[in-house]
Ligand binder design. Structure first.
Ligand code: ACO
Length: 428
């Protein structure tokens, strides 16, 4: 097979080297294109652009494959703990028993946040969206730990910030939940494992005992793993590009959270439940909404359907769908929106419009139903996505810094006016 691609451009021939991935993916290296030809490539939305090489996550959207560091998402979701997956993503290997013990200990013993962080809540109006609050809280960690502002942290300093982020994020997320409900916050209990501690801080009331349900622990662990990384998506690319300016890691993660908030990305999980509720209130006619989604004059989109890279089933959606059934059965919850979700899915999967465009349910289609059954308010769904995605963002940031990548700065093709002369206001 040829190791180069040939480009013929305005009478000039250039040879472009190929970069072949470990799964035989082919990339055309255009890093010298502008120097050699004066031209740039245009790829709005980066649908054909590899922004980096990466050894973290392999995704084959046509075959419905997702692997982290070589391990299939099915294996990880079935067997691992979320902390184990976080370690794998960030360090490249699964931890052995000793490494896991040490990692778990480090995380368990850094769960408290500075008491002053509670003051930040005083400034927010009631009803503030927790994703905006999470962005601000994570960014504010750079004020509590100013040493993180060092643009070239040593490995030890890097690890300290990583450990703080992973350990404190569940505390912050639970705090958001409590504060927005007007309830007193519950402090972390370090004898509990990561997921149990989070559930305890979220659902325990100061006035009541709380027994952590192992079904909840299992479900939450799986959901966090399924969201842990997804290669160069909108938020991960945001983290990498902000990090390429050597901004501190807290700021990079805050930027990732902001990107995730959008309804076309992580914000879809909230929108899915709102859509299913609206359909239920409108009589539960799935076919009517499928017709709306297909109508080009109607801005309605079927939330939780379609994906930029999966043009086959999203493997995470398959795992989640099964968990959703299991959990609702185990909890004895009968959620009418689940029936609507199933009707929508069945109708869409048999419809030419969706088949032709390869639009399948994505991970967000069922996650909200599980979160709801567990008792999370709908505004918290994207926050939970962020909690799961944190190790992926960290791994992407770390890889980008370890690779010594230059600042991200795309080019453009200018389409505005050519030079014009100034005219006096009275003459315009
Ligand atoms: N409902 C109806 N039609 C859709 C949908 C949908 N959910 N998604 C895509 N389409 C149609 C588009 O109208 C377009 O049709 P056309 O070719 O006739 O113009 C075609 O399918 C291709 O869609 P694009 O928007 O070009 O696909 P893109 O890759 O840019 O977008 C995206 C992917 C943003 C996820 C899109 O499918 C979408 O908006 N889905 C709903 C939101 C959602 O669920 N987001 C979560 C994604 S998963 C995640 O972030 C974890």
């Amino acid at each position: 097979m040829s190791e180069t691609a040939k480009l013929s451009l305005q009478g000039k021939e250039v040879e472009l080297p190929l970069i072949i991935g470990s799964e035989n993916e082919v990339g055309i290296d255009i890093s010298n294109l502008r120097n050699d030809t004066g031209a740039v490539t245009v790829d709005v939305g980066y649908k054909n652009t590899g922004s980096t090489t990466s050894a973290i996550t392999y995704l084959d959207g046509e075959a419905g494959i997702l692997r982290h560091r070589g391990y299939s998402i099915e294996d990880l979701a079935e067997n691992a703990t979320f902390l184990e997956v976080a370690y794998l993503l960030i360090n490249g290997e699964l931890p052995n028993s000793k490494e896991y013990e040490e990692w778990d200990y480090q995380i368990r013993h850094h769960t408290l946040v500075n008491e002053d962080m509670e003051n930040i809540f005083k400034a927010w109006p009631t009803g503030s969206h927790p994703m905006g609050q999470l962005t601000a809280m994570i960014s504010s960690l750079s004020s509590f730990y100013p040493e993180s502002l060092n643009p070239n942290p040593s490995e030890e300093e890097q690890f300290r910030t990583i450990r703080r982020l992973i350990a404190k994020m569940p505390t912050i997320v639970a705090m958001l939940h409590k504060k927005n409900a007007g309830h007193p916050i519950i402090y972390p209990k370090n004898k509990l494992d990561y997921v149990s501690n989070f559930l305890n801080m979220t659902f325990k009331q100061v006035t009541e005992d709380y027994e952590i349900d192992p079904i909840f622990v299992e479900a939450m662990n799986k959901l966090l793993i399924l969201h842990a990384d997804h290669e160069q998506n909108c938020s991960a690319s945001t983290v990498r590009i902000v990090g390429s300016a050597h901004s501190n890691l807290y700021a990079c993660i805050a930027a990732g959270i902001a990107a995730l908030w959008g309804p076309l990305h992580g914000g879809a999980n909230q929108k899915v439940i709102e859509m299913l509720e609206a359909i239920k209130q409108d009589g539960g006619d799935a076919k009517k909404y499928i017709a709306k989604a297909k109508d080009k004059n109607d801005p309605f989109r079927l939330m939780g359907f379609g994906h930029r890279v999966y043009k086959n089933y999203d493997p995470r959606a398959l795992i989640i769908k099964k968990s959703c059934d299991d959990i609702l059965n185990k909890l004895g919850v009968k959620d009418p929106v689940l029936d609507i979700a199933k009707q929508l899915e069945e109708t869409a999967l048999a419809d030419e419009y969706f088949i032709e465009r390869k639009l399948f349910p994505n991970v967000d289609f069922y996650s909200g139903i599980i979160y709801r059954a567990m008792g999370f308010p709908v505004e918290m769904f994207t926050v939970l996505f962020a909690l799961g995605r944190l190790p992926g963002w960290i791994a992407q940031w770390k890889e980008m810094r370890d690779q010594g990548q230059p600042i991200g700065r795309p080019r453009q093709i200018y389409t505005g006016y050519t030079k014009r002369d100034w005219t006096a206001r009275a003459l315009r």
